[in-house]
Write a protein that binds this ligand. Structure first.
Ligand code: FMN
Length: 325
C-alpha cells in the first residue's frame, strides 16, 4: 500500500494518542513492526503562534519512519500554514484530525465537529493539500451521531481534493469510545473511494485485525488502546496476517518488564526523569494489567519517581508471577 508516494510495508499502524503515543512509544511500536506512526495531535493555531509545547509534540526522531504529524483546527488558512511549518520536522505525510470528540477540540470547531460541516472540512483538506508537497491524510469517525452517518460522503470529499488516504474510526462522535464498531460504514467507505482506507476501532490482536480487514475490505488497520502496555501487538498482528497465520502469544512477564523498563528509560531520556517518571505511571499500570494481584501494585505505581523504584517494582512483579505459577 502507498500513502501518496510513501510505501507502507505492513498492515497495522499505531493510531495517534495524545498523552500516550509520544516519541518513545512510537519508536517502540515501530521496532515491533508498526506500519507507521502519527504524532500526538497539535492545535494548528497554537503551533502557528509559536507554542513551544506544540513544537515538542511534533518532533520526530530520525528513526521514526514512516511517520505523520497530526494537526487539528477549523480554519483552512491556519491549518495550511501549520502544515507548511510542520515540514520542519520531516514527516512523511500530514494527518488532519477530524475525529476527536473531546469537548476542548470538538467544542471549538475542530476534530469531530467538522463531520457536521463537510464543506468546511473539505476546504481545510484542500488548503492543506495545496500547501505542502507531501501526502495529506485525514482521520475521522463514521459521523456525528447515529442519525448522521456521513463517512462515505465525507471520504469522497476528501478524495476529491487530493487526500492520499483516510482512517475511519468505526464509531460516531456521540459514541465516544462505547463498545461496538460499525464495520459496514467502514466497508461502505472502502467501496466508495479508491484511496487507501485504514480501519480503526477495538483492534487488539491478530484475529481482531483480520476481522476488520475481512469485514470492511480496508487496506490496513490502526491500533490505539490495544497497544497500550502492549507494543508487541504489531508483531502479533503481522505474524497473524502473514501466510503462515501464526499466533504469537503475549511475552513472558520477565520480557514485559524488560520492555517496560526500556520504554520508561526512553521517556526519561526525552523528557527528563521528573516528567518522564510521572508519565511512566500510566504506562507501568498498562504493562502489569494482566498480572495476578495487579491491584496491589497500583498504589506503588501511582508514586513512582525514579528508575530504581521502577526496577524494584519490576522484580517484585516477576517474583509474584512466578509464585503464582
Ligand atoms: C488516550 C487517547 C488519546 C487519543 N488521541 C488522539 C489524537 O491525538 N488524535 C486522533 O486522531 N485520535 C486520538 N485518539 C483516538 C485513537 O486514535 C483511536 O481512533 C481510538 O482510540 C479508537 O481506536 P482503538 O479502539 O484502537 O483505541 C485517542 C484515543 C485515546 C484512547
Amino acid at each position: 500500500m502507498f500513502i501518496g508516494n510513501v510505501e507502507i510495508k505492513d498492515k497495522a499502524f499505531l493510531a495517534p494518542m495524545a498523552g500516550v503515543a509520544d516519541r518513545a512509544f512510537r519508536e517502540l511500536c515501530l521496532s515491533y513492526g508498526a506500519a507507521g506512526v502519527t504524532s500526538e495531535m497539535v492545535s494548528a493555531k497554537g503551533f502557528t503562534m509559536g507554542d513551544r509545547k506544540s513544537r515538542e509534540l511534533l518532533k520526530l526522531s530520525d528513526v521514526e519512519h514512516p511517520a505523520a504529524v497530526q494537526i487539528f483546527g477549523d480554519n483552512p488558512e491556519i491549518l495550511a500554514r501549520a502544515a507548511r511549518n510542520a515540514l520542519e520536522f520531516a514527516p512523511d505525510w500530514i494527518d488532519i484530525n477530524m475525529g476527536c470528540p473531546a469537548p476542548k477540540i470538538a467544542g471549538n470547531g475542530g476534530g469531530a465537529s467538522l463531520m457536521k460541516d463537510p464543506v468546511l472540512a473539505q476546504d481545510i483538506a484542500r488548503a492543506v493539500v495545496s500547501a505542502v508537497d507531501i501526502p495529506v491524510t485525514v482521520k475521522f469517525r463514521t459521523g456525528w451521531d447515529a442519525k448522521h452517518i456521513n463517512c462515505v460522503e465525507f471520504a469522497k470529499r476528501m478524495e476529491d481534493v487530493g487526500v492520499a488516504a483516510v482512517t475511519v474510526h468505526g464509531r460516531t462522535k456521540e459514541q465516544m469510545y462505547a463498545p461496538g464498531i460499525n464495520y459496514d460504514a467502514i466497508a461502505a467507505v472502502k467501496q466508495a473511494v479508491s484511496i487507501p482506507v485504514i480501519g480503526n476501532g477495538d483492534i487488539v490482536d491478530g484475529p481482531t485485525a483480520a476481522a476488520m480487514i475481512e469485514r470492511t475490505g480496508c487496506d490496513a488497520v490502526a491500533v490505539g488502546r490495544g497497544a497500550q502496555g502492549r507494543p508487541w501487538v504489531f508483531h502479533q498482528i503481522n505474524s497473524y496476517l502473514s501466510p503462515e497465520l501464526r499466533i504469537v502469544p503475549e511475552p513472558p512477564m520477565a520480557e514485559i518488564m524488560r520492555v517496560m523498563i526500556k520504554h520508561v528509560e526512553t521517556i526519561c531520556e526525552y523528557k527528563g526523569e521528573k516528567v518522564g517518571m510521572k508519565e511512566a505511571r500510566k504506562h507501568a499500570a498498562w504493562y502489569i494489567k494482566g498480572v495476578r494481584g495487579a491491584a496491589s501494585f497500583r498504589k506503588e505505581i501511582g508514586m513512582l519517581s525514579s528508575m530504581e523504584e521502577l526496577e524494584r517494582l519490576a522484580i517484585r512483579v516477576i517474583e509474584t508471577e512466578m509464585a503464582n505459577g
